[in-house]
Design a protein around this ligand. Structure first.
Ligand SMILES: Cc1cc2nc3c(=O)[nH]c(=O)nc-3n(C[C@H](O)[C@H](O)[C@H](O)COP(=O)(O)O)c2cc1C
Length: 170
C-alpha cells in the first residue's frame, strides 16, 4: 500500500511536538530532528522514537547504547533547523551548537534543558522507512514553563535526508 493524499493531509494537520535525538557510538556523535516519537509504556517507563533508515543518526544509533531526547521549546527553531535540515554526512552539527557530554558521552544540547537521557531496550523494524527504538530513561531534566515547538509551527523545513533515500553503503 502506498501513501495517499488523505493520509498525508491527516498526519500533517495533527500537531506533534518536536524532539532532537542525539546519540554517540565510540567517537562518532549524531543527532537529528524527530517528529515520530511517543511514550510506549508506563511501568516500566519506556519511550519510543522512530529513526529514518536514510539518516546518519540511524547508522550511529544502531551501534549506540545511550541516547538523549531533547524536547524543543517554541524558541528552539534554530536547533530544529540545524538538526532537521543538515546531515552529519556533510557537516558536524555539534560544531554549530553548544553542548556537553552526558551519560556514556551522549551530547546534551545546552540550549534545550527539557530532556531525557535514555538506554536502549529494543529495536523494531516493521519494514517501513523508519525503525523504532524503544528506550528507557536513565535521567530526566524538566525545565520550567516549556511550550513545545510543534510540527505545525516549523514552516517548510527540507530534511537533510529524504525518508525515501535508503543507505546502500555499509
Ligand atoms: C519536520 C521534520 C520531521 C522529521 N522527523 C524525523 C523523524 O521522526 N525521524 C527521523 O529519523 N528523521 C526525521 N526528520 C529528518 C531528519 O531530522 C533530517 O533528515 C536530518 O537532517 C538527518 O540528519 P542526519 O543524517 O545527520 O541524521 C525530520 C525532519 C523534519 C524537517
Amino acid at each position: 500500500v502506498t501513501s495517499s493524499p488523505d493520509f498525508e493531509k491527516l498526519v500533517t494537520a495533527v500537531a506533534r511536538p518536536m524532539l532532537v535525538v542525539t546519540t554517540v557510538a565510540g567517537t562518532a556523535r549524531a543527532g537529528c530532528l524527530v517528529g515520530f516519537h511517543c511514550q510506549c509504556s508506563i511501568e516500566p517507563p519506556q519511550y519510543a522514537v522512530w529513526l529514518s533508515k536514510a539518516n546518519r543518526t540511524f547508522e550511529i544509533a544502531m551501534l549506540a547504547e545511550t541516547y538523549a531526547l531533547h524536547f524543543l521549546d517554541e524558541g528552539d527553531l534554530g536547533l530544529a533547523e540545524l538538526f532537521g535540515t543538515v546531515t552529519g554526512d556533510d557537516e558536524d552539527k555539534f560544531e554549530r551548537c553548544s553542548w556537553h557530554p552526558g551519560a556514556g558521552g551522549v551530547p546534551l544540547l545546552d540550549g534545550c534543558t527539557t530532556r531525557m537521557q535514555m538506554s536502549r531496550i529494543a529495536m523494531h523494524d516493521a519494514g517501513g522507512d523508519h525503525v523504532c527504538f524503544v528506550l528507557a530513561p536513565r535521567a530526566v531534566d524538566l525545565a520550567d514553563d516549556v511550550t513545545p515547538l510543534e510540527s505545525t509551527e516549523l514552516g517548510d523545513l527540507s530534511a537533510g535526508h529524504a525518508a525515501e533515500e535508503r543507505r546502500t553503503r555499509h
